[in-house]
Design a binder for this molecule. Structure first.
Ligand code: HEM
Length: 194
């Protein structure tokens, strides 16, 4: 059997983590046929802290390691959507610096990859809610095929196979950070009982 690429290996190795995120009760309604505006606003609000903290950690990590990668910043798009929907943004925790190249690549994989699902979510939300809601976060920065291909060239150049387990660990940590952020949001904003 031919050796997998980092792309196929990492996707396989983190499938379970992605499933935990996309099946989370706060995000799952995004693809429902009866998605309500309030559910959409809740999903965006819950995503804010993990997106903002990981983006901040990545931009300083890239700078500190002198790594030249065109990180797409979406925190401001997300914040604008949340405020337009009449919600407030949640406080953002400061993450420890990303100490290694593997940590940077694994975290980048999770944040950049989330733009792939975002484009699909944007299409669905537009179909259901039409122009009733802002869609900057999901729609304004879709990951283009050539950008994703360039990401993998960049990642494979920096991370030869012996380093892949460390890349996987940081990707799993980034997914776990999203789950923790979603959980923290739910705990801080319990749904009112009927
Ligand atoms: C309801 C929420 C979500 C849905 C429905 C969803 C759906 C998807 C879909 C359909 C793809 C594949 C797109 C393609 O190959 O063209 C994808 C890719 C991806 N998503 Fe999500 N996603 C969601 C949330 C997230 C979040 C919050 C993250 C980050 C924590 C994330 C990380 C990723 C990654 C890393 C990939 C790339 C997988 C790969 O091909 O290696 N997703 N998502």
């Amino acid at each position: 059997m031919s050796k997998p690429t980092l792309a196929t290996w990492l996707r396989r190795e983190t499938r379970l983590e992605h499933h935990r995120v996309d099946q989370h009760p706060v995000l799952k309604p995004l693809l429902k046929r009866e998605l309500a505006i309030e559910e959409y606003a809740t999903a965006l609000s819950a995503l804010y802290a993990p997106v903002a903290s990981l983006e901040a950690a990545l931009s300083s990590g890239l700078g500190a390691h002198g790594v030249n990668y065109p990180l797409t910043q979406r925190e401001a798009l997300l914040k604008a959507d949340i405020l337009q929907l009449g919600r407030q943004v949640q406080p953002v925790s400061h993450l420890p610096p990303l100490a290694t190249i593997e940590a940077i690549v694994g975290t980048l994989y999770v944040l950049e990859g989330s733009r792939l699902g975002g484009a699909m979510i944007a299409r669905h939300v537009r179909q259901v809610l039409e122009d009733q809601v802002p869609l900057r976060f999901f729609a304004a920065a879709p990951l283009q095929t050539q950008e994703w291909a360039a990401f993998w060239v960049f990642a494979e150049n920096l991370c030869p196979p012996p380093s892949w387990p460390a890349v996987r660990e940081s990707a799993q940590q980034a997914f776990a950070h999203f789950i923790q952020g979603l959980e923290a949001f739910v705990n801080a904003n319990p749904t009112p009982k009927e």
